[in-house]
Design a protein around this ligand. Structure first.
Ligand SMILES: [Zn+2]
Length: 184
C-alpha cells in the first residue's frame, strides 16, 4: 500500500504543506475521517487553525492530554491554564513547554530557558509567530519566578514522577555518608 504523504487540512479539505501547517499530536475533536487520517498526515493550515472557532476547546484538550500524559520522566515546574513547564527527571534536565493557545509542546534545552528570558525575540524559533508571541506573554510571569534552569529544577514538583528511582546514585556520593560498615 502506498502512503500518500501530502498533509490534509480537515478544516478546509485542502492539501497543506509540511513547511506551513500545524500537526496536532492527537486528532480527537477534529472533523477527520479516522481511517483516512491513518494514511494522510493531518496538517492544519495555520490560517485555518488560528481562525477556527473550535480551536480553543481543541487546543485545551490537547494541552490537558499532553500535560497529564507527560509520564513519569517529567516533573512539573509550573502549570497554569495557559502554559505548562515540565522538567525532565534526568540531568541535564531538558525542558518541555506545553502551550494551551495551540496545544503544542516544545522541547527546550535548559540553557535556552535563561537565554530566551534575556532575549524574548529568540523564543521558540521553530514555532509559528502566533505561538512565539503567546509563549513570550505566558512565560513572562514564569520567568519572573524561575529566572534560570537551576531555579526551575529547584522549584519543580516531582510528585508523580519516577525521579526517586534515579536518586540512589546521589546517596552514594562522597559526603552523603552511606553506611557501608567497616570499609574504612
Ligand atoms: Zn485549511
Amino acid at each position: 500500500m502506498r502512503i500518500v504523504d501530502n498533509p490534509e487540512c480537515p478544516l478546509c479539505g485542502g492539501v497543506s504543506s509540511h513547511d506551513d501547517a500545524f500537526f496536532p499530536e492527537h486528532t480527537d475533536g477534529l472533523p477527520v475521517d479516522t481511517v483516512r487520517s491513518m494514511f494522510h498526515p493531518v496538517g492544519l493550515h495555520w490560517g485555518c487553525y488560528l481562525t477556527w472557532p473550535g480551536r480553543a476547546e481543541f487546543a485545551r484538550r490537547l494541552f490537558t492530554r499532553l500535560v497529564d500524559g507527560a509520564g513519569g520522566l517529567w516533573g512539573r515546574a509550573h502549570v497554569d491554564d495557559r502554559v505548562a513547564v515540565l522538567v525532565s527527571i534526568i540531568e541535564p534536565h531538558a525542558l518541555q513547554l506545553v502551550l494551551a493557545e495551540t496545544g503544542r509542546r516544545v522541547a527546550v534545552a535548559p540553557t535556552d530557558w535563561e537565554r530566551w528570558r534575556l532575549a524574548p525575540e529568540l523564543v521558540a524559533p521553530q514555532c509559528h509567530p502566533a505561538e512565539r508571541e503567546a509563549l513570550r506573554r505566558v512565560l513572562a510571569p514564569v520567568w519572573a519566578r524561575f529566572p534560570d534552569a537551576a531555579a526551575l529544577v529547584a522549584g519543580t514538583d516531582w510528585a508523580g514522577s519516577e525521579r526517586h528511582l534515579y536518586e540512589w546514585p546521589r546517596r552514594a556520593e562522597p559526603g552523603a555518608a552511606p553506611d557501608r560498615g567497616g570499609m574504612s
